[in-house]
Design a protein around this ligand. Structure first.
Ligand SMILES: [Zn+2]
Length: 245
């Protein structure tokens, strides 16, 4: 909190910012100043507090969301399970938009708001189902209390090489609320696959390719074996165990 106080001494007043080189600062600049001087990094705030601070700005929620394109990290209750639905948290301040001639960061990537086309692309790539519990949009939950609504949630991806990136994953609202901050650990996953026998590895690669767990020849044979009478099973057992000796 002391940092906030020190900074605010040289910050323009969020209520009526006077900024050389800027005619009349808009909502985005004012809401950024409000976040820095009133909320402070790491602290939560509510929609009501935001709207009360800017009674004359009808689009203040949108101006707040715009800041994400400027490197501001603002989490809602979907991103952070410790937040109540009406709360958001200023996780990290981004570009000081109250200073003239600031440029949007190039690497907005996953932090930027998604447009409709990007949303559709991600939902379709995830087969329109929750990647945690497998429920599809509009499907009824087992308890019959509600039908599933799909949302896009952020997920960190640990690659085999290079830095961790953030991407989106399709979840149902329930799983998203569950808020387990899972990582997609590609590196760890691949090293676990490496532990499989060559035969298992090939079979697994075929599942991945097909996008589903296909029944292999071994499983088909196991199914047939199970249907046989005891005598037949004994004969198969004797034959196979003598083979391996
Ligand atoms: Zn789910």
């Amino acid at each position: 909190m002391t940092i906030v106080a020190e900074q605010s001494r040289e910050l323009p007043d969020w209520r009526n910012p006077v900024i050389p080189g800027m005619n009349r600062p808009g909502g985005r600049v004012r809401v950024a100043l409000w976040l820095v001087s009133v909320v402070g990094e790491g602290n939560p705030f509510t929609k009501t507090e935001l709207r009360t601070a800017f009674p004359d700005e009808s689009q203040i929620d949108r101006r707040l969301r715009d800041l994400r394109d400027w490197g501001w990290v603002i989490h809602n209750s979907r991103d952070d399970e410790s937040l109540r639905p009406e709360e958001q948290r200023l996780v990290k301040c981004g570009v000081p938009v109250w200073m003239p001639h600031q440029e949007r960061p190039q690497e907005v990537g996953a932090k930027s708001a998604l447009n409709a086309a990007e949303r559709t692309r991600i939902l379709s790539a995830d087969d329109h189902m929750c990647r945690s519990c497998g429920i599809a949009a509009g499907e009824e939950y087992e308890d019959g209390v509600a039908t599933a609504k799909l949302v896009l949630s952020r997920r960190d991806v640990v690659h085999r090489e290079g830095p961790v990136t953030t991407t989106r994953v399709t979840l149902c609202e329930r799983c998203a609320k569950g808020g387990l901050a899972q990582k997609a650990d590609v590196a760890g996953f691949l090293s676990a696959v490496d532990q499989l026998s060559p035969l298992e590895r090939r079979a697994f690669a075929r599942w991945v390719e097909a996008g589903k767990r296909a029944r292999g020849e071994m499983e088909r044979l196991w199914g047939r074996y199970g249907t046989m009478p005891a005598d037949a099973r004994q004969e198969i057992l004797r034959s196979l165990t003598s083979e391996t000796e």
